[in-house]
Design a protein around this ligand. Structure first.
Ligand code: PLP
Length: 422
């Protein structure tokens, strides 16, 4: 182990953390009479594994307290409603939102952004108005705005990044204009790991009275987020990357803003009264939660938040930072390996290309060693074009990864090189 890398804080007991994740003890590629390889899961930026605490919260709720919420007078419905709403309060505290009324549950981060584009966008944007994005957005924060562009003839402006993957703040400042009606930017890139200066981005927009949406799908996983400190107008994330369930996204919105927005979908639970003469809608957040919500998923997300906080978000961030530094250092020693995204203060995501070997071959071969990485353009094709790399290999680190797993990644990459004579 090189001296120049600080060893992980001894207080952080990664083996104890790993013991909470049943899947991490399995092997992969088992064959008859031949034991498989231990799983080295380095794909948490696509979806994180679940601790026993979350799995148990799901089965406990389904076994003991399950019922539909809000409309029931019976005991179970009220019990389930209480737990669901306690989940909303927990998410509010997690983001330091001023009130749980600002927390809207959706099916995914993708749906949360579509909600803002469809409701806020359709209502307040018209032909020639501008929305500012960055070149490192996930498709979830590009395509909804393009759909709005097709419908409303708005104009999309794109903030570039430099060769390290740092957002160009001067370019951003220059793009802000009288025509700008919304800024929608990632808080942490799922490809480069770049963490954007959210407070500065928001402050510059607010000087002109422009609201800002942050895509926090990666950022909430890797460190504390305070939506009031950032002064975010909208903030979205997705539960399954935060060790929670699939099928649940979160939209935080300033309440005064949410109140001005019309419903996104119509249906049950979001109305005050319905008649064929006309229907009135509930206040937010109910207004945006048509139909039966992801009840079990909200209860599971609450358990995931409890889990993350029991370890400590600062402690997790420090552990992941150590892994990032170690991985960066070890991978940099591999001949012909190019890391894409070297912004200072980045999150624990390492995307790279290997000279002379197609990334799909790298992904397939390292998988034979049990190493799970992601290969492709990572739902951010404009960014791949920006760096002229096409697909890349992405290793992403989470609270349960170890330095030994970094070593396994590096060893498997070296085996790929040997195989191809690269
Ligand atoms: C994963 C991700 C999304 C989309 O999340 P879904 O759960 O697929 O809706 C959006 N933005 C970023 C940065 C992501 O990493």
């Amino acid at each position: 182990m090189p001296d120049s890398v600080a060893t992980t804080d001894l207080a952080y007991d990664v083996e104890r953390v790993r013991a909470d994740f049943p899947i991490l003890s399995r092997t992969v590629h088992d064959r008859k009479g031949k034991p498989g390889k231990p799983l080295v899961y380095l794909d948490s930026a696509a979806s994180a594994q679940k601790p026993r605490q979350v799995i148990q919260a799901i089965s406990r709720f389904l076994e003991e307290d399950y019922a539909n919420i809000h409309r029931g007078v019976h005991f179970l419905s009220q019990t389930a409603t209480d737990q669901f709403e306690a989940g909303r309060a927990k998410v509010a505290t997690f983001l330091n939102a001023p009130s749980e009324r600002s927390i809207v549950f959706t099916r995914s981060a993708t749906e949360a952004i579509n909600l803002v584009a469809a409701s806020y966008g359709r209502t307040f944007l018209s032909e020639g108005d501008e929305v500012i994005l960055s070149v490192m957005e996930h498709h979830a924060n590009i395509v909804p705005w393009q759909l709005l562009q097709a419908e409303k003839k708005i104009v999309l402006k794109v903030v570039p990044v430099d060769d390290d993957g740092v957002l160009d703040l001067d370019a951003y400042r220059d793009l802000l204009s009288e025509r700008t009606k919304l800024v929608a930017i990632t808080h942490c890139s799922n490809v480069l790991g770049t963490v954007t200066p959210a407070r500065v981005i928001a402050a510059l927009a607010h000087e002109r009275g422009i609201p800002v949406l942050f895509d926090g799908s990666q950022a909430v996983v890797h460190g504390p987020v305070d939506v009031q400190d950032i002064d975010a107008d909208f903030y979205v994330f997705t539960a399954h990357k935060l060790y929670g369930p699939t099928g649940l996204g979160v939209l935080y919105g300033k309440y005064d803003l949410l109140k001005t927005m019309p419903p996104y979908q119509g249906g049950g639970d979001m109305i005050e009264s319905v008649s064929f003469a006309g229907t009135t809608f509930k206040a937010p957040p109910s207004r945006f939660e048509a139909g039966t919500p992801p009840i079990t998923e909200v209860i599971a997300l609450a358990a995931a938040i409890d889990y993350v906080e029991s370890i400590g978000r600062e402690a997790i961030a420090a552990h992941e930072h150590d892994l990032l530094q170690y991985a960066t250092q070890q991978l940099s020693q591999v001949d012909g390996l190019r890391i894409i995204g070297t912004a200072p203060g980045k999150g624990p995501i390492v995307s790279f290309a290997l000279d002379g070997v197609h990334p799909h071959d790298v992904g397939t071969i390292v998988d034979q060693y049990g190493v799970a990485v992601r290969v492709g353009r990572h739902c951010a094709e404009p960014l791949a074009d920006r760096f002229e790399v096409g697909p890349t290999i992405r290793a992403s680190f989470a609270l349960y990864n170890t330095r030994a797993e970094v070593d396994a990644l590096v060893a498997s990459v070296l085996a790929v090189k040997e195989f191809f004579g690269a």
